[in-house]
Design a protein around this ligand. Structure first.
Ligand code: ACO
Length: 345
């Protein structure tokens, strides 16, 4: 492990932790996604609040988002993505050693969505739990899978990012209501040949920035005491600056650890929070947009589901081939961040 540099957030310096994969390598063997059928356009939102298609498109790059019908559970979305991922990897639920679900919108405090999926899929041999790192959850899930496979404590790990964020939106707050959407994505992580799969990681958190994106957790006890329906709130411009900066730093870190130069990145799959964030970071990294996976125009910000939704679409469109260097990078509430450099298997 290397603590290479000190990274300064608005709240102060934090170390940047990067790791080179050690032990048995692992990679993504199959993926599946699911998004609700209902599509809400910017024009639909114009009828609900004081906003415009022009503002949303120019400031965020979002044109539509998939929104779950009332009563739809995160579990339903996650299970559909999970089944598709198992099919794509050519394994059955019986083969699973672990199920990790990243979500900021669980259907209830407990049991975990992961245990419910274990039951839905009938995966008796799996250890299952949820992980909460907001939009970074999927990358943290991949990192956990990689660690267990590296140390030969697991062979087949199902990592899922699933969200029904629409039930956490206040449609009188145009600053957040236009941004988020619902969806789910899943990946099966399995052992990969030496020198392939996940090569390096950069993971981090800065809890001092906890107020920058919140949902029901702003004042301790407020959620339990008086607010039955937590609502997403954020300091948009501050998060924007943090996001561009951490994207660039993470890309540097994982490339250095993997011994790959930035020009050798074949595809960058960033968390889809705002097109302008992705565009600004890509310019400073020196990556042309034809080497960046972007589907925020269709889905909006789906938090932990955004990276798998974008990666699966890139695979489906033939944009990823064996041997490609693929960079996945996320950031989110916490504050949290995480990136990995993968040599595609
Ligand atoms: N429609 C029309 N006008 C709007 C809207 C809207 N939907 N939302 C805000 N505005 C207005 C504001 O009221 C403001 O008006 P004013 O100048 O009269 O006061 C003006 O637009 C500018 O507002 P800003 O907030 O400064 O707009 P900005 O360009 O920063 O865009 C945005 C806001 C899109 C939220 C941007 O800051 C952003 O994307 N930030 C990053 C958010 C993010 O990445 N979050 C990820 C974490 S999510 C998680 O972890 C779960």
């Amino acid at each position: 492990m290397a603590i290479t540099t000190s990274y300064r957030t608005r709240s102060g310096a934090v170390p940047l932790r990067s790791f080179k994969t050690k032990g048995r390598h692992s990679g993504i063997a199959g993926m599946g996604v699911y998004a609700p059928e209902k599509v809400v356009s910017n024009f639909d939102l114009e009828k609900l609040m004081d906003t415009s298609d022009k503002w949303i498109t120019e400031r965020t790059g979002i044109r539509t988002r998939h929104i779950a019908e009332p009563g739809t559970t995160t579990l339903e979305l996650a299970t559909k993505a999970a089944r598709a991922a198992l099919d794509s990897a050519g394994i059955t639920a019986n083969d699973l050693d672990m199920i990790l679900v990243g979500t900021s919108s669980p259907d209830g405090p407990f049991p975990s969505i992961a245990c419910r999926i274990q039951d839905e899929l009938d995966a008796p041999g799996a250890v299952a739990w949820d992980m909460l790192a907001a939009c970074t959850s999927f990358v943290y899930g991949l990192a956990t899978a990689d660690s267990f496979i590296a140390t030969e404590r697991a062979d087949n790990v199902l990592v899922i990012g699933a969200e029904v964020l629409s039930r956490m939106l206040d449609y009188s707050n145009r600053g957040t209501a236009v941004i988020f959407g619902d969806g789910a994505g899943a990946a099966v992580v399995r052992p990969a040949p030496e020198g392939a799969g996940f090569l390096s990681w950069c993971l981090g958190s800065d809890g001092r920035g906890y107020l920058q994106v919140t949902c029901g957790n702003k004042e301790l006890g407020a959620y339990a005491a008086k607010d039955p329906r937590p609502i997403i709130e954020m300091e948009g411009p501050d998060v924007f600056k943090f996001a561009v900066d951490i994207f660039i730093r993470q890309a540097n870190e994982v490339c250095n650890e993997a011994g790959i130069s930035m020009e050798d990145i074949d595809l960058w799959v960033p968390h889809q929070a705002n097109f302008r964030i992705i565009d600004a970071a890509a310019r400073r990294i020196g990556l042309p947009l034809d080497r960046v996976a972007i589907n925020i125009d269709e889905y909006g910000n789906t938090s932990s589901a955004s990276i798998p939704l974008a990666l699966e679409e890139a695979i489906r469109k033939g944009r990823v081939k064996t041997g490609d260097n693929v960079l996945l990078a996320g950031f989110g509430s916490g504050l949290t961040w995480g990136a990995t450099l993968l040599k595609w298997v």
